[in-house]
Design a protein around this ligand. Structure first.
Ligand code: BTN
Length: 315
């Protein structure tokens, strides 16, 4: 239990009662109360104790931790920053210092965030921008499959909000034909083992989208017509990632293929895939195979594609 959970569970609670539960002095309680006030909580102090006045949609590590329903191995530590260049770069630095699996960094705003193939990623305040440090015991060539199944976790989470989404291969999540989330998986590996994986996830939640992306992106706020509690969303998503990650590490990828293909965008439609080196393959999107490769029916027969950017073919 943390101090916030205690304050939330009682109408009024004295400093000594909080101190007893947490095993700390009244002075230490006072210090923590001040920290909470500094990050935006309204707390009234009187001779009887402390009262939490309101905490409408605050987003910080206390809120995230207090909304996790059970301990998660993918979220042992969560750190929240008001601003960072990139959560991805920050977690990669920790990975290099041999931090353990389950370290998560969340930022309100990123000033130098990036997506796949180092594309610029827009990260205004109000979105959900975070990176997770993972150390799965899988072969390096399995890592790209992990990226695919993270999009399933996102899809399942959006379903909890009654939002239907599709997965645009390889790991973009779309709602109403527009991108709501993107996933970036980077790793360091030896020939036959992974040192670390950093999975970066960006989700448009309450953030205002830049004008130039208005036609291709969408936020959850826009879809639902209301603000969404990001700590709640993140806690839900992390629980889904934990389940998927455990299943994947214990059982493998095959169990996810059907669910992935069931939710894949532009299925049986003509698509083109650009491998980033000016090689473009066009054909009918037949979904992924058991290795996560995209099967495309081209004019010269079936092709299996490992990576690239997929676009719906426009005539
Ligand atoms: C993509 O669609 O290309 C992937 C986008 C990934 C963006 C996230 S936001 C959190 C993390 N920090 C970054 O700099 N990038 C990822």
């Amino acid at each position: 239990m943390n101090i916030l959970e205690i304050l939330k569970s009682k109408e009024i609670v004295s400093g000594s009662a909080i101190g007893e539960v947490l095993g700390i002095s009244r002075a230490a309680v006072h210090k923590q109360i001040n920290t909470l006030k500094q990050i935006g909580y309204k707390i009234k102090s009187s001779s009887k104790g402390y009262v939490l006045i309101s905490n409408k949609n605050l987003f910080n590590e206390y809120e995230i931790e207090s909304k996790l329903k059970k301990p998660l191995k993918i979220c042992k530590t969560v750190k929240y920053y008001k601003q960072l260049p990139s959560t991805q770069t920050a977690v990669k630095k920790l990975a290099e210092k041999n931090f353990e699996e389950g370290f998560i960094i969340v930022a309100e705003k990123q000033t130098n965030s990036y997506g796949r193939i180092k594309r610029m990623w827009s990260s205004n305040a109000g979105g959900l921008w975070f990176s997770i440090l993972l150390k799965p015991s899988i072969r390096p060539d399995e890592a790209s499959k992990l990226a695919l199944i993270l999009s399933i976790a996102l899809k399942r989470t959006l379903k909890e909000y009654k939002v239907d989404s599709e997965i645009k291969w390889s790991n973009d999540v779309f709602v109403n034909g527009r991108k709501i989330a993107g996933i970036l998986v980077e790793m360091s590996a030896e020939q036959d083992r992974i040192n670390w994986i950093v999975a970066g996830i960006g989700i448009n939640i309450n953030n205002k989208l830049p004008e130039k992306f208005a036609d291709i992106s969408i936020s959850l706020k826009k879809v639902l017509g209301r603000e969404v509690d990001r700590a709640e969303f993140l806690a839900e998503l992390l629980a889904k990632i934990e389940d998927i990650y455990n299943d994947f590490c214990n059982t493998g990828f095959e169990m996810f293929v059907e669910e992935y293909n069931w939710n894949i965008a532009y299925k049986n439609e003509i698509v083109s895939i650009d491998d980033g080196y000016n090689n473009i393959v066009s054909g009918v999107n037949l979904g992924i195979d058991k290795d996560g490769k995209l099967i495309v029916n081209t004019k010269v027969g079936l092709k299996k594609i490992i990576s690239g950017t997929l676009r719906k073919y426009e005539t």
